[in-house]
Design a protein around this ligand. Structure first.
Ligand SMILES: [Zn+2]
Length: 276
């Protein structure tokens, strides 16, 4: 499964302290993506798109509000839930298999990631038609967590400390989680507050990265890694930090993590050699 990063800019949000359920919605609009919904929700005076994911009709999964923040999608039920919106109006439309399968894949992934099984319709918690009478709720909601396929680009199982990383050269949530365990920072699989200008140069930095044009914070994990490799400790990954990591690992120092990157492979091997 591949989550498309959308790099939207948000107002202030609070971090969600627990995740116990998934709530499903439809957009009630025939054609819209995360960026369009983001604009609608900004126009409501909200901090930005209230859903964490948007499943498009073509099967693309787009990131909405960063996963760790409290959403704005189901009044009274936001503090412990992840909100997924499906493009379309399922009061009148029928969902295609392509979109349904993408939704099932995302729900399986989230069930596995958070070790949860509860999935609800928006109408289960609020007085609303959402997600529409034609929405294939049980098919999507009842997917098993074990159906989650760990593709190289976005595997995300809640790995125990002893789990070995797949050495695939992509730095996604699973590699981040393992590094967070090793470096003793919060284990959430997300590298937050990074400069979006460094993303394009580093295709090996996969999903699970938060890119912002002008981040107000930094990543404690990147800062800890910078300390380890002797780079300036500002908590932002850029060519200098990548060069320092490459030097530390004995790789070619080009300041870029290609995808798949031989140097990220070495980093993953290093992780696998650390004590559990
Ligand atoms: Zn809804």
């Amino acid at each position: 499964m591949n989550i498309i990063e959308t790099n939207l800019s948000f107002g202030s949000m609070s971090v969600r302290s627990k995740t116990t359920r998934i709530i499903l919605h439809h957009a009630a609009a025939k054609s819209c993506g995360a960026a369009t919904i983001h604009q609608w929700h900004l126009n409501n005076g909200w901090s930005g798109i209230g859903y964490h994911f948007v499943v498009r009709k073509n099967g693309t999964i787009e990131r909405g509000r960063p996963e760790k923040y409290v959403g704005a999608h189901a009044e009274g039920s936001n503090s412990d839930s992840i909100g997924i919106c499906f493009e379309g109006d399922f009061m009148t439309e029928k969902m295609t298999d392509t979109q349904k399968n993408a939704g099932k894949e995302l729900v399986a992934y989230l069930k596995k990631k958070y070790s949860i099984s509860k999935v609800q319709k928006h109408s289960d918690v609020c007085s609303t038609d959402c997600p529409g009478k034609n929405f294939p709720f049980s098919e999507i909601a009842n997917v098993s967590a074990s159906a989650s396929t760990s593709s190289s680009s976005s595997s995300s199982s809640s790995s125990s400390n002893s789990d070995k990383l797949t050495v695939d050269g992509w730095w996604g949530p699973k590699t981040t989680r393992r590094l967070q365990q090793i470096f003793g920072t919060t284990v959430d699989g997300v590298v937050s507050n990074q400069f979006s200008c460094y993303k394009a140069q580093n295709p090996g930095l996969d999903s699970g990265w938060e890119w912002e044009s002008n981040p107000s914070g930094y990543s404690p994990l990147i800062k800890a890694i910078q300390k380890k490799v002797g780079a300036t400790q500002d908590g932002h990954i850029g060519p200098k930090t990548i060069k320092a990591i490459q030097k530390w690992l004995g790789c070619t120092q080009d300041g870029c993590f290609s995808g798949p990157s031989p140097c990220i492979k070495k980093l993953q091997q290093w992780c696998n050699n650390q004590a559990a």
